[in-house]
Design a protein around this ligand. Structure first.
Ligand SMILES: Cc1ncc(COP(=O)(O)O)c(C=O)c1O
Length: 340
């Protein structure tokens, strides 16, 4: 079975597992785990921030950041399709008491004038706009890469009005590889930002949130309070370091394969609109004559491929470390059998 539902489906490689064996470890909660500290310092440097904290998941990075940048009753400005609003079990409302102010971006990318319009004037009758969130790449925008100047412009617009800024970088390194622009430049206008190791980078666990030393100090309080503090976390941090050493440049292979698959999909009779494919995510709609999305998912499963239905006629396919070009060709052939 080839699983192209998400890049979260990668399994740790043998070399990645071997990287765990000799990793020096200690009690992370006491800052005694040298491998975890090395990972945190490396990601802080990569993102151009003072400090960083290793967390079990990207969701926890987002939730801690939202909590630290806001007060209950505030609004956070973000795109309608973003992960924080749609896929974190209402965490921002439940843990931080904030409401989303949703923007209608194009493929997950919104513009500075939309931010200006969304920021609330100060009045005790009106919720306070306190945080702007952006997602690079935009997952439900088809892995869309924000042009870095837009990413900076929306953040600067928010900062001028006194808002904090947060970058969901679940797939930031896909954007870095696709654009050739450094992570540091992507993150420069953001107060907090993070990287996920369990997406295209292929690690089994872990994300790193970065920001100022004070911000990370406060993040430690929340990590502890919510039971996210670990002990000998170096065993998993070692796999994340391995991913940074070996799995970044190869993201270009995932992008190339996604673009090849997309180029074939648009020639199929049952394929309608396709979102632009900048990185490793392919999102397209099925025409009225084709099977609907759940039916296509079932047909593909019978052929040995897992793909995602994201709406009655919308399909998502994601390339990653465990999908080689031969699997890509077989996927194309299977899709062609079902949607022409
Ligand atoms: C854009 C985006 N943000 C955040 C997350 C959450 O990451 P995690 O699964 O590590 O909690 C995901 C996961 O798919 C994501 O796609």
């Amino acid at each position: 079975m080839h699983d192209l539902y998400s890049d979260t489906k990668t399994k740790p490689t043998r070399a990645m597992r071997e990287a765990m064996l000799d990793a020096p470890v200690g009690d992370e909660q006491k800052f005694e785990d040298p491998t975890t500290i090395a990972l945190e310092e490396r990601v802080a440097d990569l993102m151009g921030k003072e400090a960083a904290i290793f967390l079990p998941s990207g969701t926890m990075c987002n939730q801690i950041a939202v909590h630290l940048h806001t007060r209950p009753g505030d609004e956070i400005i973000c795109d309608r399709t973003c992960h924080i609003v749609n896929s974190e079990a209402g965490g921002a409302s439940a843990f931080s008491g904030v409401a989303p102010r949703l923007l209608d971006g194009v493929n997950g990318v919104y513009q500075p004038d939309q931010v200006v319009e969304a920021i609330r004037p100060r009045s005790r009758y009106i919720p306070r706009s306190s945080l702007l969130c952006a997602e690079q790449t935009a997952n439900m925008g088809g892995g869309r890469v924000w042009p870095v100047e837009t990413l900076i412009a929306v953040a600067e617009t928010a900062k001028e009005a006194g808002l904090a800024t947060h970058l969901d970088g679940a797939r930031l390194l896909n954007a870095v590889v696709a654009s050739g622009i450094s992570a540091r430049d992507h993150c420069a206008a953001y107060d907090s930002c993070w990287l996920d190791f369990t997406k295209g980078l292929g690690a089994p666990v872990g994300a790193v949130l970065a920001g100022s030393s004070d911000f990370i100090d406060s993040a430690w309080d929340l990590k502890q309070r919510t039971g996210g503090s670990m002990r000998q976390s170096g065993v998993i941090a070692a796999m994340c370091i391995h991913a940074l050493d070996h799995h970044v440049d190869r993201l270009a292979d995932d992008h190339k394969l996604a673009q090849h698959i997309a180029a074939e999909i648009v020639t199929m009779k049952g394929a309608g609109a396709l979102l632009p494919v900048d990185t490793n995510i392919i999102i397209f709609d099925l025409t009225e004559d084709a099977p609907d999305a759940p039916a296509l998912v079932e047909c593909m499963k019978a052929d040995g491929f897992v793909i995602g239905a994201f709406g009655p006629r919308r399909i998502r396919i994601v390339t990653h470390l465990d999908v080689d070009p031969a699997a890509g060709e077989a996927l194309i052939a299977a899709l062609r059998r079902h949607i022409g």
